[in-house]
Ligand binder design. Structure first.
Ligand SMILES: CC(C)(COP(=O)(O)OP(=O)(O)OC[C@H]1O[C@@H](n2cnc3c(N)ncnc32)[C@H](O)[C@@H]1OP(=O)(O)O)[C@@H](O)C(=O)NCCC(=O)NCCS
Length: 185
């Protein structure tokens, strides 16, 4: 699914753009994946695990995301720099095609500027445009108060917990929480 430029204004007055990624974004996305992985424990990868991401792999992913009917990715650019990305996807299987899964992450320098809110408005719009989808789902890691605040603001509620779903390198165990947002039509 292709999403063309959506311009909006950040809380600090700067302009930002949300859109489907293209070839010109490959290096920016690779940089963002690596840096963001070291800035928070609340995303699922460590920087050294980013070696699996390659320019060829990102190109193939972006191409797929632009054309697939059951998934899409958006990047946010601020002053031409990739600030983060988000995605929404859903199954095509009859028993589970009513469930859309979303994910989001931003570089730390862009937290708290309203990008997450604007991304979620768009992810919700995309999911609600598919008449099969009746609920949106996501997971967050224990302690991620900013993410939880955003998700609750956007209408998600906690529906379950995977105890010790995350184990950090230092051995710390953290719960993973599941959230659901029903689609109202
Ligand atoms: C979580 C994340 C995506 C949120 O995006 P964001 O652009 O910072 O979010 P927004 O600025 O749109 O909104 C954040 C909201 O949380 C509120 N908030 C921020 N910190 C908070 C805290 N510690 N406790 C409660 N609320 C908080 C803000 O006030 C804001 O609400 P408001 O718009 O009503 O004022 C972003 O911070 C991020 O990328 N974090 C690291 C990666 C991550 O955790 N990804 C999610 C994995 S599940």
């Amino acid at each position: 699914m292709f999403v063309k430029d959506i311009e909006f204004t950040l809380k600090d007055g700067r302009k930002a753009v949300l859109r489907s990624p293209g070839d010109e974004d490959i290096q920016g996305v690779l940089d963002y994946l690596y840096v963001s992985s070291g800035e928070t424990d609340f995303i699922l990868r460590y920087p050294e695990e980013c070696t699996k991401y390659t320019p060829e792999g990102e190109k193939a992913l972006f191409d797929r995301m632009r054309t697939a009917e059951n998934e899409t990715m958006l990047v946010c650019l601020v002053d031409g720099k990739i600030a983060g990305n988000c995605d929404v996807r859903w199954s095509t299987m009859l028993k589970t095609r009513h469930r859309a899964t979303v994910a989001i992450a931003l570089l730390k320098e862009y937290w708290n500027l309203g990008i997450g809110t604007r991304m979620f408005e768009e992810l919700i719009r995309i999911a609600e445009a598919n008449k099969n989808i009746t609920q949106m789902e996501l997971d967050f890691i224990e302690g991620n108060t900013r993410a939880r605040a955003l998700y609750e603001k956007m209408g998600f509620r906690i529906t379950g917990v995977k105890p010790n779903g995350i184990r950090l390198k230092d051995g710390t165990m953290l719960n993973e929480y599941m959230m659901v947002r029903e689609v109202k039509r």
